[in-house]
Ligand binder design. Sequence first.
Ligand code: FE2
Length: 385
Amino acid sequence: MSTANLTQVDNYNYGIEKIFEKAQDFLPINGTDYVELYVGNAKQAAHFYKTAFGFQSFAYCGLETGNRESCSYVVSQDKIRLVLTTPFNPDSNISDHIRRHGDGVKVIALWVDDARKAYNETIGRGAESVLEPTVYKDADGEVIKASIKTYGDTVHTFVERKNYNGIFLPGFEKWESEYNPTGKGLKYIDHMVGNVELGGMNKWADFYANTMGFANLVTFDDKDISTQYTALMSKVMTNGNGRIKFPINEPAKGLKKSQVEEYLDFYGGPGCQHIAVATDDIVYTISEMRKSGVEFLHVPGSYYDTVAERVGTIAEDLAILKSLGIMVDRDEEGYLLQIFTKPVEDRPTLFFEIIQRKGAKSFGKGNFQALFESIEAEQERRGTL
Ligand code: FE2
């Protein structure tokens, strides 16, 4: 596939404002509330996210706060909150999740003004319940949570916190730590991608459309996202205000095993493939993350030979972008800079994307080829291609 093939007419030509208007308003979402990962050792995972990604200690619950089932370390950076949870009991659902999937995203929590309404609207449209609306209280007020199933064992939790003044959620206390590495400029979650089984993309895109009122922002087929060996297809779903964007990937037929199949094999089914976080200064962010030991996918040096003619003038120094492995893409509204980490656990499953948008609202289609070849090189090294 050459970049010349990357001309598929997509929804961008229709206008993003109209796409957002199409998304239904029965489920107003203020933004991502938190992302909870079930991990084998939350204490050590929290240290990793603080050291490597520049997250700050934020909140904690565990034995000391009266939680005999599990402990959770919450780390934050600007608007991003990651909850890292480890169970104490080998027979718990959390233990089952970790045994099956390894470390991974369990909850993508959505901040709403009315969790009961969010639950009733989505259940009424066919969502499967995980947790009925439940009130959690402590001295700082109350939070209402309700959860529905999405792909695999992943859930969406609606969080209503307008009557709560505590640090995070009832049961949590402020996490005071003497180890406070400086932030690395990560600001908010731009999008979160789900990998689903062959044939599952349309099912889950329909779920987000029909059950949650999302609209289809853009679709990539296997002509867009394929190399000599592997392919995938993707539909990007967005809520009405554009703050929540969920691309859904499924593997497509290729000569060798696609990265989505590799993920499904190692994760034991569908799950969150990557979390894309935004920065205002990607050169600073990636310089600092590299110094802290974060590993990124290798971009071939030849990528930078043609990038200038593809994306035109940009404010950043290409030599610096090349030295850091940051990729560039342009759409009708501007450009974006992006880079992808290697998986952040031993199974080749969840990874992160760091993205800086300079007007562009798209997802780096012009970088797919270089990116996929880089992922395939990693698969080759793992013997999973
Ligand atoms: Fe992404």
